[in-house]
Design a protein around this ligand. Structure first.
Ligand code: ATP
Ligand code: MG
Length: 434
């Protein structure tokens, strides 16, 4: 992508209402713009990151055996009356009427809709188990939308729903999602801590929240320091024994921790930090299948209510969450797996014919090799170009200048380490396209 043709409104100012680094950086680096309170437009570079995160989430859901579909954002109030949640949900739900005065809502979640869909399709125990998911925009009219996309009103969520014959099956579906979550967050370069979550007054049996540790998180966590020692490799190859180990390690939100009278973790191993909730998994048994009359015929011919679970990931929140976990004074430092571009190609002298020709050629070769490259071909000062690429956080900067070119070299800078290296054009290409 040529920057001269792109839409990347990088602003130097730090907006006053942006209290945390990720919010400031997302505005400064041109990822998002607020269009009304808690509602954002995703600008091209922000959209690229959002799509990459979405894709990792999708791959891990598929790998866990979940099946993707897409449900609408708009739902009917009648559907929610079936479960009894229409009145219970409260002012967070955005309600409105269509031209025929039918009551509608913008979905904050999809338990009712998926249960209704599955109810109409599944007749027998042979239709179980199934886990279905979609990645769709949600609306929750949050009292205090803040921190940019971290607590928006409109936000992108992956929500999966499992249907099982019995409790043991539901537990297996829950564990499959648990593993998927560990892998998903590890692939994004995040260390997510599973925290045992309260299940609320109705139904709920088992629930975990996944938090990334960050000083700007909205939750205060207390946890066994051993959770920090779990390695990325272990998370990527997570299995049942990983779940057993991680769930045996103490981790609670402050409110729950305060209720615990005999904390099993010795004081020196009890760490406390703030966390950002990026995922939540929930086993709630037959709560919705009973309320909404969803049965299948069991192996013995008797009708039974399937056991359900639901599993959310805050896809748009993760964009902010990753930045909270990975930035420095100069800007964002993207992990390569979700970077909007792999390479930022900087032509230091757009007015120099040799520099422009060499840069154009490098750009063409990188593009041909399938490398995602953002090419700063604008007629700007070098300093501004460096600062711009640093804010955007592209992992590799490839710098073409007149002096180097005369000596047959270009410069390659690693955004994360700041390490710089002079290489021949061929060596740089081989390195980046390899
Ligand atoms: P929170 O406690 O942060 O309000 P929640 O418990 O209400 O979240 P869930 O219903 O568990 O949220 O939704 C699943 C996931 O969706 C959350 O783990 C979070 O990552 C994301 N999410 C929830 N609310 C928002 C929001 N307002 N903005 C962005 N992401 C959100
Ligand atoms: Mg939650």
């Amino acid at each position: 992508m040529r920057l001269s043709r792109y839409f990347l409104p990088v602003s130097k100012e730090t907006p006053a209402d942006a209290q945390i680094a990720s919010h400031r950086l997302m505005l400064r680096a041109g990822l998002i713009r607020q269009t009304s309170a808690g509602i954002y437009a995703w600008l091209p570079i922000g959209l690229r990151v959002l799509r990459k995160i979405e894709q990792i989430v999708r791959e891990e859901q598929n790998r866990a055996g979940a099946v993707e579909l897409l449900m609408p954002t708009i739902q009917s109030a009648d559907l929610w009356r079936e479960s009894g949640r229409y009145d219970a949900y409260g002012p967070e739900m955005l309600r409105f009427a269509d031209r025929h005065d039918r009551e509608m809502l913008y979905g904050p979640t999809n338990e009712e809709m998926i249960t209704a869909l599955f109810r109409d399709a599944a007749k027998s125990y042979r239709d179980l188990p199934r886990t279905l998911y979609h990645i769709q925009w949600k609306f929750r009219d949050e009292v205090r939308p803040r921190f940019g996309v971290m607590r928006g009103r409109e936000f992108l969520m992956k929500d999966a729903y499992s249907f099982d014959l019995d409790e043991a099956g539901a537990r297996a579906s829950y564990d499959a999602m648990f593993v998927a979550y560990l892998r998903t967050f590890a692939r994004m370069g995040l260390q997510a801590v599973p925290v045992r979550a309260p299940t609320g007054p109705i139904g709920g049996n088992l629930s975990h929240e996944f938090h990334i540790l960050a000083d700007t998180g909205e939750s205060q966590l207390f946890y066994d320091a051993a959770l920090e020692d779990v390695t990325r490799e272990e998370l990527l190859s997570a299995d049942a024994s990983t779940i057993a180990r991680m769930t045996s390690l103490y981790a609670m939100e402050a409110e729950e921790h305060e209720k615990v009278t005999d904390c099993p973790v010795p004081a020196e191993r009890l760490h406390t930090r703030r966390g950002i909730e990026v995922g939540h998994i929930f086993y709630f048994g037959t709560k919705y299948t009973e309320a909404m009359g969803m049965t299948v015929q069991g192996p013995d011919g008797q009708a039974l209510y399937p056991q359900m679970g639901s599993y959310g990931i805050g896809v748009s929140r993760l964009v902010g969450g990753v930045i909270e976990a990975s930035h420095d004074e100069a800007g964002i430092v993207w992990p390569e797996a979700i970077a909007p571009f792999k390479v930022g190609l900087i032509n230091l002298r757009a007015d120099d014919a040799a520099c422009a020709a060499a840069s154009d050629e490098l750009y063409a070769k990188l593009e041909t090799a399938g490398v995602e490259v953002l090419y700063d071909d604008r007629d700007e000062r070098g300093g501004a170009k460096f600062a711009g690429m640093d804010v955007i956080g592209v992992p590799w900067q490839l710098i073409v200048g007149p002096k180097g070119l005369a000596a047959g070299v270009v410069e390659l800078k690693n955004r994360k380490t700041g390490e710089r290296q002079e290489l021949s054009i061929e060596a740089a290409l081989a390195r980046l396209a390899g």
